[in-house]
Design a protein around this ligand. Structure first.
Ligand code: HEC
Length: 135
């Protein structure tokens, strides 16, 4: 009986991540930061202070949140409105196994736009281009 339970637990652990997360790896990516204008450097700073703890420095991902320099966050799938909504309201976990994202009430609209510009420029520099949303 004990060995049956052990086998079942082992099988569940083995199958679950592959099954539910297959589309959303990796959790950490190598990010090349483009040359930054003063305005983009400001966005980078605001991002790393407010978002980097979960989304990793420069959006590379961490053990607490997904990378944003990732194909699923290309502008065609998660447009700028989705970014603003995420910061204003938080996000229910649906793509990743990290749990919910809390609303970032400390962020004003100006800082949000700085962050979005930095993310878009860095996505583009890392080969993440707009793709039509067909999921
Ligand atoms: C406490 C951790 C945490 C912080 C801080 C955080 N996020 Fe998130 N964020 C997450 C997690 C976890 C998810 C993934 C939810 C899912 O889809 O499973 C997420 C998802 C997102 C998404 C995707 C929204 C969607 O519609 O799927 C965006 C955009 C985003 N975050 C932007 C930001 C920005 C910009 C900041 C900083 C202002 C930030 N996050 C700060 C944890 C965090």
């Amino acid at each position: 009986m004990k060995s049956l339970i052990t086998t079942l637990i082992a099988a569940t652990i083995a199958v679950t991540p592959i099954y539910s997360l297959a589309d959303h790896k990796p959790y950490h990516v190598d990010v090349q930061v483009p040359e930054l204008s003063d305005r983009l450097a400001k966005g980078q700073k605001v991002f790393n202070v407010n978002c980097g703890g979960c989304h990793g420095i420069n959006g590379a991902g961490s053990t607490s949140g997904p990378p944003l320099i990732h194909d699923i966050y290309n502008p065609g799938h998660h447009g700028n409105n989705a970014f603003i909504r995420a910061m204003q309201n938080g996000v229910r976990s649906h793509h990743w196994p990290f749990g919910d994202m809390p609303a970032q009430k400390q962020m004003g609209l100006g800082d949000m736009m700085h962050v979005i510009r930095f993310i878009r420029e860095t996505q583009d520099h890392n080969g993440i281009k707009t793709k039509a949303h067909n999921m």
